[in-house]
Ligand binder design. Structure first.
Ligand code: BES
Ligand code: ZN
Ligand code: ZN
Length: 489
């Protein structure tokens, strides 16, 4: 994390590389502090900058700012349509612009608007700036890391106390987001099941989270046969990691988070084509989110008990690989006919959800990059939610909306269960047509979730092919921030 300051002083006294001034389109430029209004008005009057949402104009050595070489105007668009998430995104996009220039000491003026409380605006600027302050530099031979060293948020004289109190929680959420990006971006050659488990062990232990790693032998003993089958074609054997956060006082509720951790998904013998395999190191995003959320819950000291289980497996077409036509006896005893080895996530989750159902929790939520169909339906900016508890789902959707991570409910249409009927086993792992892939995958999982309050998240928004606002290409890190918001709320 960079050095952070939320300051009530005037932004004209900022000393650093660049001062970011968010501006509403239209007449709002007249409300800017005197120090910056003249130069901003000039570029707008001349028509060079309209303050459209996310539009950026860098100005060199502008009048009004003494010890800062650059001023960056960033558009917020129409004030009537402003949201806290737009403020986050504008601050994040400005940060990304600065980092690419090598500017590391960045000041931000919190925009003045009556649509939100001052502290909400200040917090959104800080959060957006920090979310954008990410660089996956581990594998670059050049050592320059494009990260900020100092971030200052200027409040134009408004009270800073509330935002300062929230700063720690904001940092916890951003750190969790960045951890998920790091894990998702790490190549599968370096983050295979055993390596992920070791990493989880180290991170959990350092952050007050209890951790237990189940070895392949223990998984065999405990009947995780569907999960183990998926891993058979790889030289890297599966692991299951159980994480546990218990609050100091008596917990108000117990939540189990289940993560799909396919460290690599080649498709197995039903192998993917080259284009579809390119990004499949991201297939462990669910497990990464579970790990990062547990750590965040512990750091924030939230009053709920949270258990996390991560199913870490590699799906490869090696000579011992499981095969289309195989029938697996899952941990629950239900038998599964495998017709496509690329529908492997649901096999891993079948065993994990059955285990989770024995834990007597109030809610079970699984997080999984389960279907390509989800990206077809919703794109890479929205994840799908389905489940058996409408109240739970609504609270999840609300939490997502509050933190600016988009979740959308799809219906769990019971009559589609027909399509999963097998002639030789209790259920088959694919349907014979291409309809409603997200829903039929969720219906498959439901068979193993027991009667508990359960929701499934199909994670189509964890990987971005291009840079967008505060999101960097590759892992987006979405997940822990809305989960933390929901669990803490
Ligand atoms: N991991 C994939 C789903 C996926 C695809 C996630 C693209 C993110 C981006 C999953 O294991 C898979 O391959 N699903 C199959 C299911 C099908 C065989 C029923 C799919 O979506 O094609
Ligand atoms: Zn697959
Ligand atoms: Zn997969």
């Amino acid at each position: 994390m960079p050095k952070i300051e939320i300051s009530a002083q005037s932004c004209k006294d900022f000393t650093g590389d660049a001062l970011v001034i968010p501006i509403f389109s239209g007449r709002e430029r007249h409300r800017l502090p005197l120090a910056v209004s003249k130069v901003a008005r000039q570029v707008m009057d001349e028509g060079d900058f309209k303050a459209d949402f996310l539009e950026i104009a860098p100005l060199h050595h502008p009048n009004g700012v003494k010890d800062c070489r650059w001023m960056l105007l960033v558009g917020l668009g129409d004030e009537e349509k402003i949201t806290l998430n737009k403020i986050r995104k504008a601050a994040g996009a400005a940060t990304r612009f600065c980092l690419k220039k090598g500017w590391k000491a960045i000041g931000f003026l919190a925009p003045s608007t009556s649509n939100f409380e001052h502290d909400e605006v200040q917090e959104s600027v800080l959060e957006g700036a920090l979310l954008g302050d990410y660089d996956f530099s581990t594998y670059r031979s050049k050592p320059d890391v494009k990260r900020a060293e100092r971030i200052e948020v200027f409040t134009n004289g408004d009270d800073t106390r509330k935002a300062r109190r929230r700063q720690a929680v904001i940092e916890i959420g951003v750190a969790a987001n960045h951890l998920v990006r790091d894990l998702v971006n790490t190549p599968a050659a370096d983050l295979y099941p055993e390596a992920f488990a070791a990493k989880a062990k180290a991170l959990a232990a350092g952050n007050g989270v209890a951790v237990d790693v189940l070895s392949p032998e223990e998984l065999e003993r405990d009947g995780f046969r569907a999960l183990l089958a998926v891993g058979k074609g790889s030289s890297r054997a599966p692991r299951v990691v159980k994480l546990e956060y218990t609050p100091a006082e008596k917990p108000k509720k117990h939540i189990v988070l289940v993560g799909k951790g396919l460290c690599f998904d080649s498709g197995g013998l039903s192998i993917k084509d080259a284009a579809n395999m390119e990004t499949m190191k991201c297939d462990m995003a669910g497990a990464a989110i579970v790990l990062a959320t547990l750590i965040a819950c512990s750091k924030a000291g939230i009053p709920a008990k949270v258990t996390g289980i991560c199913g870490l497996v590699e799906n490869m077409p090696g000579c011992s690989a499981y095969k289309p036509g195989d029938i697996l006896r899952s941990r629950s005893g239900k038998t599964i006919e495998v017709l496509n080895t690329d529908a492997e996530g649901r096999l891993v989750l079948a065993d994990l959800l059955h285990w989770a159902s024995e834990m007597g929790a109030d809610h079970v939520i699984d997080l999984a990059t389960l279907t390509g169909a989800c990206t077809v339906a919703l794109g890479d900016g929205v994840s799908a939610v389905l489940g058996t508890d409408q109240r739970l789902i609504e609270r999840m959707l609300d939490a997502g909306a509050r933190v600016g991570e988009h979740l959308w409910q799809l219906p769990l249409v019971e009559e589609y269960r027909e399509n999963l009927k097998s002639t030789t086993a209790d259920i088959k792992n694919i349907t014979s047509n291409r309809q409603a892939g997200v829903i039929t995958a969720a219906l498959f999982l439901k068979e193993f979730a027991g009667g508990a309050s359960w929701a499934h998240v199909d994670l189509s928004s964890v990987w971005a092919t291009a840079e967008k606002d505060y999101r960097t290409p590759g892992g987006t890190g979405e997940g822990p921030r809305w989960l933390l918001e929901w669990i803490a709320g």
